[in-house]
Design a protein around this ligand. Structure first.
Ligand code: GRF
Length: 196
């Protein structure tokens, strides 16, 4: 039997389909020391909520005004002992007080090679479209810590993929997602294990 006290509780924040969340959940399902404790979403009908339900993981739907009040949800995170926050396609900028409550304990994934194609408005397909418009030869993924400057936290991991002339948003997004699914869970594991 595993002793729950030895498990580091982690929350995943996501707004969309949740394919990364699903990979992370699967990766940590039987992990001896890391537990996906909570799924947080701003959308009750997001795919990630169905994934939480299917995996019997508690989920929390956050409401805009309360979320941006800063630390309003903090008690709900601390009550279940959340120690790390993983942003896997969470579309709201985190309030500063939440970032300060988890210093160097929030990890984001960005679907491009930061510092290029980051910042305001650069999310999801907008990123891929901008890369195609600029006729870039490569794209990729960036896994980074979240600090108070949007998309500029310390980079933990990057890897690239080729962008071909025939690529579309759909094919480029599929390449980037494949990289995310391959690397994100393992990078999370390495970072958390190092910080334990
Ligand atoms: C990913 O491409 C991630 O990089 C970005 O949002 C997307 C989420 O995809 N931040 P999914 O919901 O995990 O499929």
């Amino acid at each position: 039997m595993r002793n729950n006290q030895q498990l580091t509780p982690v929350a995943i924040f996501a707004s969309g389909k949740g394919s990364n969340a699903a990979k992370i959940i699967a990766h940590f399902q039987h992990h001896p020391s890391i537990k996906i404790q909570l799924i947080v979403s701003n959308k009750a009908d997001a795919g990630v909520v169905a994934i939480a339900q299917a995996n019997h993981i508690a989920y929390l739907i956050v409401e805009k005004e309360k979320f941006f009040r800063g630390d309003a949800y903090l008690p709900q995170f601390t009550r279940v002992g959340i120690q790390w926050i993983i942003l896997a396609g969470f579309l709201w900028k985190l309030p500063v007080s939440l970032i300060r409550a988890f210093p160097d304990k929030i990890i984001n994934i960005h679907p491009a090679l930061l510092p290029k194609y980051g910042g305001k408005g650069m999310y999801g397909d907008f990123v891929h479209q901008a890369i195609l418009d600029a006729r870039e030869k490569e794209s990729g993924i960036t896994i980074h810590y979240v600090d108070e400057v949007y998309d500029q936290g310390k980079i933990i991991f990057q890897t690239a993929c080729v962008v071909e002339e025939k690529d579309t948003i759909t094919t480029l997004s599929a390449k980037v997602h494949a990289l995310e699914h391959m690397h994100f869970p393992e990078v999370i594991e390495q970072v958390i294990m190092k910080g334990k």
